[in-house]
Design a binder for this molecule. Structure first.
Ligand code: PLP
Length: 439
């Protein structure tokens, strides 16, 4: 009998007892390869001695100081570090406790920016139907996951949705990637014109769509066109890199690979690698100046912003990634993992697409590769894949959802950046067995 309201009330969970490297262990002594980093969180794996040491030192020095009284060294150092490698124009960091809070802050920053600029009529956010931006009311309103939104729909206001950039299903026969990218991006301009350009404050999107789609990157040129459209209409571009950022795709920020500059970029999961809850909204000089020259504050704030323990953990995680050259490993072993997935599942009857970047890879499940037909929701396929994978000592992150009326099931693979080639082989082998058992 548990007194926790768990995510699934009727599905008992194993009890996690410990972790080391790429594995987690339960209290029954079973080991699981963490091939999804939980939910693309554990980028350094588990039990890293340098992070543990940094946490111990910080706990001994200063666990907490309220930000209305003090700043702290780990928060200042983390901000310096992130801004040094952030996309062009980004000048300040706002630290919170996770991804939803980071996106909630980003939405409020966009709104306050226009209030400070004397354009209070700008209140609409445009986002995409295939997206997840968090579970607070503001971020749920922005996101496009129909199932998550449904019970709360009457409370979700001020957001509008366009199609995702989803070449596997939406690119037409004979259409080039470039032409498709322009067509998909044009939907943003059409929506801005429909709502009235002076009512729109921001467009929000994940550069590589994670939980709702299984690692779907945009096609070449899509985001550059999105940036042009935002600039033409004075709309801010918020990139949600909560899942795909902090090295997961092989570069520190995923948007570097799309050649696009955001006004606000949000990060979380890989920032602290799961060692502490932490997220951040990184904002441009222009937005910072609007606050500094206007009211002199950002009208927001939670008790745990800039938490010293969380910032110390994130600092240690980011220092290890840089010191050990782990982004290179993400690119090299990520490419190897993808090759092995393609060799094993490239002709698999129930795998329609294999995609992603770096160590952020997705498989799309279909009943038939040639028609791309999807499984019925009643099949609860993603739950079955997860169960069969766990039974074989493998954690992958399967999800299902509906986009533009089409259902889809996906498996997300997002292992720790320390993954080696033999472990990549083991992931593919166990996943193959799990899929054969589940489908
Ligand atoms: N944004 C994206 C892209 C995510 O994948 C998630 C979580 O999965 C969130 C936001 C919300 O983050 P959190 O669960 O830390 O609140």
């Amino acid at each position: 009998m548990t007194h926790i309201l768990h995510r699934q009330i009727h599905a008992p969970l194993p009890v996690a007892a410990g972790g080391s490297g790429i594995e987690l262990f339960d209290t029954e002594g079973r080991a699981y390869i963490d091939a999804s980093g939980g939910a693309a969180v554990s980028c350094l794996g588990h039990g890293h001695p340098d992070v543990i040491e940094a946490l111990r030192r910080q706990a001994e020095t200063l666990a907490y100081a309220h930000t209305s009284f003090f700043t702290s060294e780990p928060a200042e150092r983390l901000a310096d570090r992130l801004i040094a490698s952030a996309p062009e124009g980004i000048s300040h960091a706002y630290f919170v406790s996770g991804g939803s809070e980071a996106n909630e802050a980003a939405i409020k920053m966009a709104r306050q920016y226009f209030v400070e600029k004397g354009q209070p009529q700008r209140r609409n956010i445009i986002a995409r139907r295939q997206s997840y931006h968090g579970n607070t009311l503001g971020t749920l309103a922005a996101g496009g996951n129909e199932w998550r939104r449904a019970p709360f729909a009457p409370l979700l206001i001020g957001t509008h949705h366009i199609s995702p950039c989803y070449a596997y299903r939406h690119r037409e026969e004979g259409e080039s990637d470039a032409a498709y990218g322009q067509r998909a991006a044009q939907e943003l301009e059409d929506k801005i014109l429909e709502l009235g350009p002076d009512t729109v404050m921001a467009f929000m999107a994940e550069p590589v769509v994670g939980a709702t789609a299984g690692a779907v990157p945009a096609v070449e040129g899509y985001f550059r066109r999105i940036r042009e459209i935002c600039d033409r209409h004075g709309v801010l571009l918020i990139l949600d890199e909560v899942m795909c950022g902090m090295g997961r795709t092989g570069t520190m920020f995923a948007c570097e690979q799309d050649g696009v500059r955001p006004d606000i970029v949000t990060i979380a999961k890989g920032l602290g690698g799961g060692y502490q809850p932490i997220g951040a909204a990184l904002l441009s000089r222009d937005i910072f100046d609007a606050f500094a020259e206007g009211s002199g504050l950002f009208q927001h704030g939670h008790t745990y912003i800039c938490h010293p323990m969380a910032c110390a953990a994130a600092l240690a995680v980011q220092e290890v990634i840089a010191r050990d050259g782990l982004l290179r490993n993400v690119r090299e072993v990520g490419a190897h993992l993808r090759e092995r997935l393609e060799a094993r599942f490239g002709n698999h009857a129930h795998i329609g697409d294999i995609r992603g970047r770096g160590m952020f890879l997705g498989l799309e499940l279909v009943t038939d590769r040639s028609t791309k037909a999807t499984f019925e929701p009643d099949a609860k396929l993603h739950a079955r894949v997860k169960k069969e994978a766990m039974a074989r000592g493998l954690m992958v992150y399967p999800a299902g959802g509906t986009v533009d009326g089409v259902r889809g099931d996906h498996i997300l693979i997002a292992p720790p950046f320390i993954l080696g080639r033999p472990a990549a082989e083991a992931i593919v082998e166990r996943l193959g067995e799990a899929l054969d058992a589940a489908v």
